[in-house]
Design a protein around this ligand. Structure first.
Ligand code: PLP
Length: 435
């Protein structure tokens, strides 16, 4: 597989330069990393599928894990395994230190205070926490919840459940033909009865990157609380939550090189203080008497039970790994891969790409005239190509696109230009078979 577009000399200190180091200042984004070597950091990518080298273009679904993350989880179980925040013994202290260390790393990574970061099993749990603890006690008939057409089901269904139980209604902001959000409609729909706006930072189907900082500023001016679903943003671009200025930001670990079952909810302190706990149990309390309980301070007030300790140890290692590469460089790398894929797709007769918003992320949903997406994905799999087909947990968006399913090639920095060439060769072969 060729990597001709970016053969550059190796950096003096290996392929993971320190972020913001001298090499970055001299060379600019993406110039210092030997991207062709990065793929080798991911052991799984060395395997074959159906006797063919694996090309993994399904990172929007879940991301692959670098050896450093796998090693961190392995090391935790081999040397440090104990429960957190409970035991006074040495292992207990080590486990707690590792777990809390990961919270601190994640907080630095997204520029928030560590005490305002609730660790969760992922985005779905994080959004449900806002729905049940913030929205349910506050909303009432006559109130509105604003969402957008491009949301993942995780950012639709919890609001429908809240609406059913409170009598609030759901309003939807539609999209422009290129897949960007209709910002005029959004402004027009930010009326006095809207109490909450929930939207994706980056669409998992169209790749659209929403101007969340501008949107949240406008919402705040109008007294509307904002929930940003950052699932598809954090793995691919620098995210500074303080600069976005939202009220809640939900994120997931498994798409950003970390183990499954990890994620977080960041919230403004005043919300965390005011919200009741969502789940009760151990760890989220200061004192329990049979006639009542004093809850712990946030964020622990929302973290009942034994958490996914090893998963969060892995998340800390993932943050280290991504930080060493540099998120700005990762973004530039993925944009270069996207430009290559777009260029190749444009040459294919009858291939339609869904989503052309300016500055979109490297998520490319597509369909080929006369070919069912599942058939295409199944035959591509036989060639070693992993893409997702279906509705991508976004039924309302697919309805708007007017298709029952799409194929989705979602790229990550560990993909290569050579893989795109191999993918295109497989696509042409499969298409001939289906003709
Ligand atoms: N939101 C978006 C935009 C997603 O792409 C996903 C995952 O596919 C989710 C939410 C759900 O995240 P999790 O798997 O962490 O629950």
């Amino acid at each position: 597989m060729s990597e001709s577009r970016e053969l550059r000399p190796h950096p003096p200190f290996g392929h993971l330069p320190a972020e913001g180091g001298a090499a970055l200042e001299e060379g600019g984004a993406a110039a210092e990393v030997d991207w062709s070597r990065i793929r080798g950091d991911f052991p799984l990518l060395a395997r074959e599928v159906h006797g063919k080298p694996l090309v993994y273009f399904d990172s929007a679904n879940t991301g692959q894990k670098p050896a450093a993350v796998i090693a961190a989880v392995d090391d935790f179980y081999r040397r440090h395994n104990a429960n957190v925040s409970r035991a006074v013994h040495q292992l207990g202290s080590e486990a707690t230190e590792a777990y809390e260390g990961s919270r601190a790393k994640l907080a630095r990574f997204i520029n928030v205070r560590v005490d305002d970061l609730v660790l969760t099993s992922g985005t779905t749990f994080a959004i449900n926490l806002v729905a049940y603890s913030w929205a349910l006690p506050r909303l009432k008939a006559g109130d509105a919840i604003l969402i957008t057409r491009m949301e993942h089901h995780a950012n639709i269904v919890p609001w429908q459940l809240v609406a059913q139980r409170t009598g609030a209604r759901i309003e939807v902001v539609e999209l422009l033909p290129d897949g960007s959000l209709d910002l005029d409609m959004l402004r027009a729909k930010m009326t006095g009865d809207v109490k909450l706006l929930a939207l994706a930072h980056v669409s998992n189907v169209l790749g659209t990157v929403n101007p969340v900082a501008d949107i949240c500023r406008e919402a705040r001016r109008r007294g509307i609380v904002t929930v940003v679903d950052g699932s598809q943003a954090l793995p691919h671009r620098p995210v500074d939550i303080a600069a976005i200025g939202c009220d809640f930001y939900a994120l997931t670990g498994h798409k950003m090189c970390a183990p499954t079952g990890t994620g977080a909810l960041w919230a403004r302190r005043e919300h965390l203080e005011a919200m009741p706990p969502f789940i009760g149990g151990g760890e989220m309390i200061k004192e329990v008497r049979l006639d009542g309980t004093v809850f712990n301070d946030p964020p622990r007030k929302f973290e009942a039970g034994t958490p996914n300790i090893s998963g969060f140890v892995g998340l800390g290692a993932a943050v280290d790994y991504l930080s060493a590469l540099g998120m700005a460089r990762i973004e530039a790398r993925e944009q270069a891969l996207l430009a290559h894929l777009d260029e190749e797709f444009a040459k294919v007769d009858g291939l339609r790409v869904f989503g052309h918003a300016p500055g979109k992320a490297a998520v490319v949903s597509f369909a080929i005239d006369g070919v069912h997406s599942h058939d295409l994905a199944t035959l591509l799999d036989l060639e070693g190509m992993a893409v997702r087909s279906g509705q991508h947990c976004a039924h309302p968006l697919l309805e708007w696109l007017g298709v029952s399913a799409t194929c989705r090639a979602s790229l990550a920095f560990y993909n290569t230009h050579g893989e795109i060439e191999a993918f295109m060769a497989a696509l042409h072969k499969v298409r001939k078979l289906l003709a």
